[in-house]
Unconditional design. Structure first.
Length: 89
């Protein structure tokens, strides 16, 4: 026997940001698809996983891009003012 489909486990908000057990956002961690469980609850119909991947994948990607863009802007502004770290991953 093998696992055909994982019904999630990660809690997310409307922006696909991963949540801690107390409901706080884990900064910079986004989840979608099978990892988040999606909209299907405890069961799903065959073929419906595309909704998880496409819709929540897009939401997650957009949210991650906004997060990284904001972090990059903060870094550039700090670099201009001379307060940025000398190295950044």
């Amino acid at each position: 026997p093998v696992i055909h489909y994982c019904m999630g486990g990660m809690r997310i908000n409307d922006d696909a940001e991963s949540l801690r057990s107390n409901g706080d956002v884990v900064q910079g961690l986004y989840s979608a698809g099978e990892a988040a469980g999606g909209i299907h609850g405890s069961n799903r119909l065959g073929g419906n996983s595309l909704l998880d991947c496409v819709v929540f994948g897009r939401v997650s990607g957009r949210s991650a891009a906004r997060y990284l863009t904001a972090a990059n802007i903060k870094y550039i502004e700090a670099a201009k003012s001379g307060t940025a770290a000398s190295a950044k991953l």
